[in-house]
Design a binder for this molecule. Structure first.
Ligand code: FCB
Length: 426
């Protein structure tokens, strides 16, 4: 891998910190049925208090970078009022990371909204762009001496789909047009944040964390299946990247209008990659763009997502058209760490191939450092390299965590790890 390659892990505030009582997810969790296993984020991993030990462990495991998010509801608990204590807390967090040699990659919005913002309609209203810009300005002024890599928003496409189309996440809406409006506001907010960050810190490197999913036609030679998969790719994956490069809002973001704030607003491309969907044309699903997901027999994780390592290569190639790529998330739900070691090897191998083929890759951040609160799935879905006993808060490094340490220390797959990867995939 190239010099300076980032090897690390990723988390989000609400999933690990605990005690985030002032946001919309906290409220959502209180209603029975919203979280599949009946859990609530509660104390989560108590990372808000244990961050020093947690970061020490990651550094001991050979990692040199870590992605985390700043919880908006802590920093701005009331509109326009910033909390000095919370700002001081994240300063200590970032200083600790720096002292341990962990390069911070900082996300400014990772799914949760302050309660006051949610009450104002949050991302459904255009005013959110100004509100987000104000928050970002404050945060960047506070930490520009400590942070180089910023991520404005995490996965606008997933946020809009689950919160506003399927209704599985807060606010639980089921309205495709509203989902498109939310998506548009997130893209505009990215543009605003990009400009604010660069004004405050010209040398900053700014991106979003974009969820890229592979969509393949279920019947590879079937013209309508091909069309369906391409349409989904254009709307879900590509439209956002095009908007952030050219400034043009194409459907579903808009009707082609050009927004100057968005032009060239990616210094690198943060990519979250997990899985692929196989799509078949279905005339009975106009509301799903005539696509039906086909579930073929194939390796799947605990969430039922297909495990498809080649997809990582494919999304890196797709994203590289828009800038150097940083893998900001990649990982799998696996209760007993049975799948994760092979998952890790096969995905890192694909990444190595991408680099060998000349694609620009800045780093790989595995989701996640430790088991945590997996949104509507609750604590049942374990994505960590480190096991967390949520009753005692005890951490235990899993075999995959040890394996990842070997990869990080070697800076990639050594011949013996490569042999292991080949044996596992055979
Ligand atoms: C991504 C989210 C992240 C985590 C993983 C499993 O969509 O960004 O917070 O939940 O999925």
């Amino acid at each position: 891998m190239p010099a300076g390659f980032l090897w690390g892990t990723a988390t989000a505030a609400h999933q690990v910190e605990g005690g985030n009582e002032n946001n919309d997810w906290w409220d959502w969790e209180q209603t029975t049925g919203h979280i599949k296993d009946g859990s609530r984020s509660g104390l989560a991993c108590d990372h808000f208090r244990r961050y020093q030990d947690d970061f020490q462990l990651l550094a001991d495991l050979g990692q040199n970078a870590h992605r985390l998010s700043i919880e908006w509801s802590r920093v701005e608990p009331h509109p326009g009022q910033f909390d000095a204590e919370a700002l001081a807390h994240y300063r200590r967090v970032l200083e600790t990371m720096r002292a341990l040699g962990l390069e911070p990659v900082v996300t400014l919005h990772h799914f949760t909204n302050p309660r006051w913002l949610a009450q104002q309609g949050a991302w459904t209203r255009p005013e959110v762009v100004d509100a987000f810009g104000r928050f970002v300005e404050r945060v960047v002024r506070a930490y520009r001496d400590l942070v180089r890599f910023w991520i404005t928003v995490n996965e606008p496409n997933i946020y809009a789909s689950l919160g506003f189309a399927t209704g599985e996440w807060p606010p639980g809406a089921r309205d495709m047009l509203l989902a498109f409006r939310v998506l548009r506001h997130m893209v505009l907010a990215h543009g605003r944040a990009y400009q604010v960050i660069h004004r405050e810190q010209p040398e900053a490197r700014v991106s979003l964390a974009h969820h890229l999913r592979v969509f393949d036609p279920d019947r590879p030679a079937h013209r309508l299946d091909i069309w369906t998969a391409r349409a989904r790719d254009a709307l879900f994956n590509r439209s956002i990247l095009v908007a952030l490069r050219d400034g043009r809002l194409r459907p579903p973001l808009g009707w082609g209008e050009r927004i100057p704030e968005l032009v060239g607003s990616l210094d690198y491309v943060g990519v979250n990659y997990y899985s692929r969907d196989r799509l078949a044309f279905d005339p009975l699903s106009p509301h799903r763009l005539f696509a039906r997901e086909v579930r073929r027999e194939c390796p799947r994780n605990a969430c039922g997502w297909e495990i498809y390592p080649e997809g990582l290569y494919r999304v890196v190639r797709q994203a590289a058209e828009f800038g150097p790529v940083l893998i900001t998330e990649n990982g799998t739900a696996d209760q007993d760490d049975e799948l994760r070691p092979a998952y890790l090897l096969s995905h890192v191998r694909q990444l190595g191939q991408a680099v060998q083929d000349g694609l620009p890759v800045l780093g790989y951040l595995h989701w996640s450092s430790m088991d945590n609160f997996e949104w509507a799935q609750g604590f049942r879905m374990r994505f960590g390299l480190v096991h967390v006993d949520f009753a005692t808060q005890e951490r235990r490094v899993k075999p995959s965590g040890e394996l990842y340490a070997r990869i990080c220390r070697a800076g990639g797959l050594t011949p013996d790890l490569l042999a292991l990867a080949e044996a596992r995939s055979a």
